[in-house]
Design a protein around this ligand. Structure first.
Ligand code: SF4
Length: 169
């Protein structure tokens, strides 16, 4: 018999479980971003890499790690997604996520912003979440970007990027 509690899935419009937002549409098109997205699709179903892009230390490490993975360590197989573009516009960046062979969300912390955002605009999207702040050692009481020197942040991003690479293989 079906266990109604463990199988519970919230109904998508239930505001107890979901925030409903209205995103203003925009006519402006960033042709550089669209061209970039098109070029990435030409890689033939790349792994789409979302990232928190956050303003704090954890977000910054995740952001730098995402850039290392996509532009240095695995550029042929990954597409670095513009989270803002993919979330707010149904154009090239969202298409990249939609058509990717796999979607990976590099989350700065357990708020899981990038994966929750994309699941909000692409219903049923399946993705792998990697909480980047679990991949490196640091003082967990620190929060802001300026709580660590830039060089140290770069070092942590490298450590995280190499571990992300292992998970992608
Ligand atoms: S979601 Fe988490 S990691 Fe990202 S900016 Fe906010 S607090 Fe930082």
């Amino acid at each position: 018999m079906k266990n109604c509690c463990s199988d519970f899935t919230p109904y998508p419009t239930d505001e107890k479980y979901f925030e409903v937002v209205k995103i203003e549409k925009v006519k402006n098109v960033c042709s550089s971003c669209e061209d970039f997205a098109k070029g990435q699709i030409d890689k033939k179903t790349p792994i789409a890499v979302l990232c928190c892009e956050g303003a704090c230390l954890r977000g910054e490490v995740a952001r730098q790690a995402a850039n290392l993975v996509c532009f240095k360590l695995l550029p042929e197989n990954t597409a670095r997604i513009c989270l803002g573009g993919a979330f707010t516009k149904n154009t090239g960046q969202r298409n990249l996520v939609r058509n990717a062979s796999k979607v990976v969300a590099l989350e700065g912390c357990f708020i899981d912003c990038s994966s929750r955002m994309m699941k909000g605009v692409l219903e049923g999207l399946e993705l792998d979440v990697i909480r980047v702040d679990t991949l490196y050692d640091f003082d967990r009481n620190l929060f802001a970007i300026n709580d660590l020197p830039e060089e140290k942040i770069k070092e942590l991003a490298k450590v995280a990027a190499n571990k992300i690479l292992e998970k992608l293989h």
